[in-house]
Design a protein around this ligand. Structure first.
Ligand code: NAG
Ligand code: NAG
Ligand code: NAG
Length: 333
């Protein structure tokens, strides 16, 4: 029975298509996300003020800028580089950052400005992480096109370490309270937060640009009703894994929506299975009916004499199954 089997395959593929994205959705939900609007506006202001530090800048030299007065406590720097030099040599040391060779920028620009931010006492105002306490100020590394050093509202370039990761050597990290695990925090430009373990002491690694810090989970007086498993960060590769969960803040609600999604998927799946089952039955019936029709037609044809071509015309031929006529006289018992 080739037909039902192939249909079964279709059902399986269809279900995978249906459930795949839902599963991803459930997993993606476990990533903490910050509302990043004010922080992105700050990035834009700091890009502007960092660029003002440049007066006939030489490449490869960091220039310290001055943050606007209403943001005092934040320090900024800017360094201009040829993209080729950044890719082939990296930067041995730029504030806390050690940038390896193999950095790729997207889109491609000829020269790049790396803007460094240290948010100091503004870290929690802009990047407050519910359930976590920072051990270091939040620092940022963002890349912009260097073609116009008076430009404002520049979009960030996508920075990716294609070889070794970028290393961040935090200089003034507070020591963690005993028994708490120190985590490296990476906040992407879209506001997603990822945790990983330090690769050693106060050194964290990063693959992309963004904002970085070290943090411990806050010792909160109100324990969360459902213990979230500690995000297990991958060590070694240094790739920050987006597996953090906000320990507080609407956990019940999110698990309720998760249950809702799962129940919805199951019901949806059952409905689709039923529909597919009906389709299978219908197809089978159709095939049977066709077969019946064929058999009927064949039976009808069979009632007539076999046709054969006699010259150009079709003519019925008697079959030889008839009893051949026998002369009575020839009959010898
Ligand atoms: C600081 O001043 C700038 C203008 O100089 C303004 O755009 C920004 O919103 C202000 N930030 C704060 C936190 O007051
Ligand atoms: C950070 O410290 C500076 C003084 O160094 C102060 O002017 C500013 O208001 C502080 N910012 C915050 C968010 O407390
Ligand atoms: C650089 O950017 C500034 C501000 O956006 C603009 O006024 C200026 O014309 C730009 N210069 C060039 C050469 O594009």
């Amino acid at each position: 029975m080739g037909l039902p089997r192939s249909l079964t395959m279709h059902v399986i593929i269809l279900l995978c298509c249906l459930f795949g994205p839902l599963q991803n959705h459930v997993i993606a939900q476990s990533t903490t996300s910050l509302s990043i609007g004010p922080a992105r506006a700050l990035d834009s202001i700091l890009q502007d003020y960092a660029y003002r530090a440049f007066i006939q800048p030489r490449t490869g030299i960091p220039y310290d800028g001055t943050a606007p007065l209403n943001l005092s406590g934040i320090t900024i720097s800017a360094m201009r580089l040829r993209t080729g030099s950044l890719r082939n040599r990296g930067v041995q040391s730029y504030k806390e950052f050690e940038i390896p060779k193999g950095i790729s920028l997207n889109p491609y620009v000829k020269r790049v400005v790396l803007v460094y931010q240290n948010l100091g006492n503004w870290s929690t105002s802009y990047y407050g992480l519910p359930g976590y306490t920072y051990l270091t100020p939040v620092i940022g590394l963002l890349a912009y096109d260097a073609v116009n050093l008076s430009a404002t509202n520049l979009p960030e370039l996508k920075v990716k370490a294609t070889g070794n990761p970028i290393l961040i050597h935090f200089s003034d990290a507070k020591s963690a309270p005993p028994g708490l695990t120190v985590k490296c925090v990476w906040i992407s430009l879209s506001g997603s937060v990822s945790f990983s373990s330090p690769i050693s002491g106060n050194t964290c690694s990063a693959v992309y640009q963004g904002h970085f810090s070290m943090a411990v989970e806050s010792i909160s007086p109100a324990p969360a009703p459902e213990m979230s498993p500690a995000p297990t960060p991958t060590s070694g590769g240094g790739v920050a894994v987006p597996n953090a969960r906000p320990p507080s803040q609407g956990k019940g609600k999110s698990s309720k929506t998760k249950i809702g999604i799962i129940v919805g998927s199951v019901i949806g799946g059952l409905v689709i299975l039923t529909l597919l089952g009906l389709l299978v039955l219908w197809t089978r019936k159709l095939k049977q009916r066709k077969k019946m029709q064929q058999m009927e037609r064949a039976a009808e044809v069979g009632e007539f004499l076999d046709m054969t071509y006699v010259g150009p015309t079709k003519a019925p031929v008697a079959m030889i199954t008839r009893t051949p006529p026998v002369l009575e006289t020839e009959y010898v018992p």
